[in-house]
Design a protein around this ligand. Structure first.
Ligand code: ADP
Ligand code: NI
Length: 218
């Protein structure tokens, strides 16, 4: 099977599976991440076939989407085998997916340029205007409030509160979103992250202003 056909079939399968997904991992998240990943791959000279397949499949092992990570990874392996992806390429793709989540998966940094590019693309979709939207959708789904004035002013937050976090959507900015810019692996990814990061800072400034929370800017 030629590479274009494998990619097209994978696109169709992922779209069918995630089209109506409600936690911010819907098909259009996958489509954005795949497009960004391809763009970064060209700038960073990463292998486009690996990058495209890893980006398309990356959320099918997330336990927010499938029953368990283990089961998800197994299904991905079977899919790649059925579509005659070589054992080496398949292993590379599965390793990327296994290691790319924010929790660090297993805390292992991604070794290959392909993995770094796909992880950057996924992280870019968690910041900026899209990232803000996804954060509020996710919080809503979990029944968490927009903000908690006793917790969300940056200066008042203790380390313990960071750790136990996730009390509100705004809290998640400190827990994760504002950290992502400096976690970018690639130059091309960092370039895109800077503007999105600035936009989140602006959003927070305006947010605090509107709700009358006295956030001092440092
Ligand atoms: P990704 O698919 O980008 O790896 P996750 O599965 O961690 O991301 O989360 C999906 C989306 O939901 C992201 O945009 C993320 O920032 C957001 N999200 C994850 N956890 C929380 C949380 N505790 N509160 C608010 N938003 C969250
Ligand atoms: Ni994702």
């Amino acid at each position: 099977m030629d590479q274009q056909t494998i990619i097209r079939k994978t696109e169709e399968m992922v779209r069918d599976q995630l089209l109506g997904e409600g936690s911010g991992h819907d098909w259009y998240h996958i489509e954005r991440v795949t497009n960004t990943a391809k763009q970064l791959a060209e700038k960073e000279n990463a292998n486009l076939f690996i990058v495209t397949l890893a980006a398309l499949l990356h959320d099918l092992a997330d336990d927010k989407v499938v029953e368990s990570e283990e089961q998800g990874l197994l299904a991905i392996k079977e899919w790649l085998e059925q579509h005659e992806v070589s054992a080496d390429d398949s292993e590379h793709i599965v390793t990327i997916i296994q290691n790319m989540s924010f929790k660090g998966g297993n805390g292992i940094a991604l070794q290959t340029m392909e993995g770094q590019v796909v992880q950057d693309a996924d992280r870019l979709d968690a910041i900026g205007a899209i990232g803000i939207a996804r954060c509020f959708v996710y919080s809503g789904k979990k029944g968490r409030p927009i903000y908690d004035p006793t917790l969300d002013v940056r200066e008042q937050m203790t380390k313990e509160e960071y750790r136990t976090g996730s009390s509100s959507a705004i809290h998640h900015f400190y827990e994760k979103l504002l950290k992502l810019k400096d976690l970018m692996n690639t130059n091309a990814g960092y370039q895109l992250a800077v503007e999105r990061h600035q936009f989140m800072e602006q959003f927070l400034d305006m947010f605090y202003q509107e709700v009358g929370m006295d956030k001092k800017t440092e």
